[in-house]
Design a protein around this ligand. Sequence first.
Ligand SMILES: [Zn+2]
Length: 358
Amino acid sequence: MQWVFKSLRRYSHSIKYISNTSWIWLVIQSIVSLIIWNHVLTSLGYDFHKYDWYKPALLTIKDIIMDNAYTSYERFNIADFSPLVLALCYSLGMFSYYFTLYSVHSILYLCGISSSPRLIGWFFQPINYFLGFLCGLGGIILANFVSNYAFLTAYVWLTATHFPVPVLYTNTKFDTFLVFFNLFTFCFLRCYSSGFWSPWFRCIAPSEIIHEGSFAHESGWLHADSDHYVNEGQRLLIYHFAKKYGCHHCGLIKHQKDKVKFHGDHIPVTKHVKHGIRSLVAGNQKFYPQCEYCSNHQGCYVAKNKRYLRLHRFNSYRAWHLWIPTPLVYFLLVKFLVHQTESVSLIRYLFTSLKDYV
Ligand SMILES: [Zn+2]
């Protein structure tokens, strides 16, 4: 029983981390301001039907994402979906996404490809730098296709009908949409979780122990110098980062009652800053939060001058591991675009859809 409570507490902590900028408030504020603006503009005599300035843009988007062969959306309305069926299909899609991403992660570990964001490091680091990017990109596309397949197949199992989107691999525009929408959402969620300048795909790969890890946050570091370790104030900040962003190599998040110690990790490692060619390109050292397990491995391997890749923990999930149900997004987007390009005002469309569903 205690184990169940402990797991629930950890899970709620992770959710809290994912929603740390209180996105719920953002949604509520947006709806309230939409209602207010609707009333203000209508009372000022603004006619949404008359000033449909956004239509050319919407027609272009419609042309990019759908072709005339796709008509099955016409027979379906948003209210026709069962929330339970959607939830089950999404759960399967989400599980497939995370599982495939972790499988790709493990394969990259076996192939010795890391997520290091630096161009110079160990001998083959320049090659690793590009391979990490390409393999991460490929892994995300693969995971997305597996999830879409799982989502659509589960829908057929549960309802004995096809989900109202084109069949996979038969419609180029739909397949292209699936790939690009997923890559876009991945970059967006990665920025949201790790900072604006870190949207790239190599974070799927294991962490290089001598460089910034896959979980390093853009703001989760402190200035360091090679001769001193963290002082008391810096130690408190490192613990603060450890609770918020976790260990930058394995992703372990510091929980209140856990006895795991966290250290300020010198990146690049001090040995590389002091001697050799690497010292010329190392730049200023920074402290990143690092758990004691990764720290012990790092000390051991750096002393032996050996390369070491750190696998991510299976439960180190972040916002960028989230799968957005792309077939459902496609269906909703098509419905929206078709309605909008047929003289139905934006706000009326949103309210009617919401009312239909509720
Ligand atoms: Zn760690």
